[in-house]
Design a protein around this ligand. Structure first.
Ligand code: ADP
Length: 489
């Protein structure tokens, strides 16, 4: 049967999201050149931020560490017992951050709140230790310093832009994600937390400041099968970003103060901030829907790679494409006799489609796409969608997600080529985290397919192992606290 008008028009729109091999290749070439630029100077698309993490775990690490994660709506506190055999035990608590602390004149209240959470976590989950240290001191009025062995090292995952200057020093550049506390900008993030912890006299040392991509890399490296050291940690969740292990002497921008160059054996994990790859759009695709999304975003012209790849944006691209077709009288999408989209449908609300909807429709293999129709009704109040409508929406959603995976392959492949990791005989391990890579059907398969098309990868794609790093932020932060403590870093 020939496709009906809505499917026919949708297939044309879906083709706009095709990313053929030659465009993937151009992307890799440009990524390589923007990586090099970021290694040499500041103010480039790829920031290539030094993290001061200079070794990755091999699974034999041992010890009990604390980790906290301030990234958005929740604050998590956990303790991680690394068993030294690639396994760990994790205990955690999670609390919503009160809005009046997120937007406030002073950071003191927020950090006091965070320190209080650490205190109650210790009291609940490490009570014996709490009694022997904090409570004993409070009862006896002693103000002696804690002995080193009494102190917990803590890794602080802080997912806001930071100018990091050492493993546990970094100043806040700006708040994002709805936070606004003016006097915190320019302050040292670890010191703000340490001061609040010290006010409560807790035996806790903020040992490391952690970016979530680095945490993912470290967590995967600790748990990866066969003790293979992980090369890249990457997030495909609300946003996208990646960190990788680099030779320190290639990070030439660090070497501007006349210090001796690092020797060829020294390594450092670099946070690429690849969400901003190709902000100037020299190689990235740019459909009408990408343009509309960018124009309506809070940061037009910035994070252009992320806006084509990550969970926060894919649903919105689909929404804009559906509305475009629904308005087009000849396309006849979701039309019936008039329109099937009621005026109060979330399809009319910016950011009204969550990317989980793309996962649901991609997974629908029923012959009449009953699940897609049900989801259209449940989420968007669209009743009576035809099978043609459902196929049309499925085709566009599929194309948008596949483009995202093929773009993701550009970043991963470029790093494997640049670091020459792909040219060794060893397995190349990549740790990933985030709902998109975890839940979108075949996302990793599409990444692999694109990798095989890239010059310099091809058949060698078989050596690449991509695995989810579970509990990445907690375990990763613990591992970074550990390397900081050992003084490797
Ligand atoms: P974060 O990156 O904030 O730590 P997640 O990794 O859970 O959190 O990513 C959340 C993002 O993933 C949201 O943008 C959401 O739209 C998207 N998402 C949530 N569930 C799914 C799913 N089942 N399939 C694809 N994307 C999803």
């Amino acid at each position: 049967m020939a496709p009906g008008p809505s499917l026919d028009a949708a297939l044309r729109v879906a083709r706009e999201f095709d990313l053929p091999s030659d465009q993937v290749q151009r992307g890799v070439d440009e990524f390589l050149s923007q990586m090099a630029e970021g290694m040499a100077k500041n103010g480039t698309n790829l920031s290539q931020i030094p993290t001061y993490v200079t070794s990755v775990p091999n699974g034999t690490e041992k010890g009990l560490y604390l980790a906290v994660d301030l990234g958005g709506t929740n604050f998590r506190v956990c303790s991680i017992n690394l068993r030294g055999d690639s396994t760990f035990d994790l205990t955690q608590s999670k609390v919503a951050i009160p809005r009046d602390l997120m937007v406030a004149p002073s950071y003191k209240e927020l950090f006091k709140f965070l320190a209080k959470q650490v205190e109650s976590f210790l009291e609940t989950h490490h009570n014996e230790h709490f009694e022997a240290t904090v409570r004993r001191r409070r009862l006896t009025g002693t103000t002696d310093e804690y002995r080193r062995e009494e102190i917990f090292d803590l890794g602080f995952t802080f997912s806001f832009p930071v100018h990091q200057t050492s493993i546990n020093r970094g100043t806040l550049i700006r708040w994002t994600k709805g936070f606004d506390i003016p006097d915190a900008v320019g302050q040292d993030v670890c010191l703000m937390l340490q001061d609040a912890i010290n006010e409560l006299h807790l035996p806790v040392r903020v040992a490391a400041l952690v970016n979530d991509t680095v945490g993912t890399l470290m967590a995967r490296s600790y748990t990866s099968p066969g003790k293979t050291e992980t090369v890249i940690g990457a997030i495909f969740g609300t946003g996208t970003n990646g960190a990788y292990v680099e030779k320190l002497n290639r990070l030439t921008k660090l070497n501007t103060k006349g210090e001796p160059a690092a020797d060829a054996t020294q390594q450092m994990v670099i946070n690429t901030e690849w969400g901003s790859f190709d902000n100037n759009l020299s190689v990235l695709p740019n459909t009408l829907y990408d343009q509309q999304l960018d124009a309506a975003s809070v940061n037009p012209g910035i994070q252009m790679f992320e806006k084509r790849v990550s969970g926060m944006f894919l649903g919105e691209i689909l929404r804009l494409a559906i509305l475009g077709l629904a308005k087009d009288a000849t396309a006849r999408l979701l039309r019936g006799d008039g329109t099937l989209i009621p005026t109060d449908s979330p399809l009319y609300t910016p950011w009204g489609i969550d990317t989980s909807f793309l996962s649901v429709i991609e997974a629908d293999t029923t012959s009449d796409l009953a699940e897609t129709k049900a989801a259209l009704f449940e989420h968007f109040k669209v009743s009576n969608a035809s099978t043609d409508d459902a196929q049309a929406i499925q085709a566009i959603g599929h194309a948008i997600a596949k483009r995202s995976a093929r773009l993701s392959a550009i970043a991963l492949a470029a790093i494997l080529i640049d670091t020459k990791r792909i040219d060794t005989d060893e397995t190349v391990d990549i740790g990933v985290d985030g709902s998109l890579v975890e839940f979108y059907p075949k996302f990793v398969d599409y990444i692999r397919e694109a990798m095989r098309e890239i010059k310099g990868i091809g058949e060698k794609e078989k050596k690449v192992r991509i695995g989810i790093a579970k509990d990445g932020s907690g375990v990763g932060a613990a591992l970074i606290a550990l390397v900081a403590h050992k003084g490797y870093a």
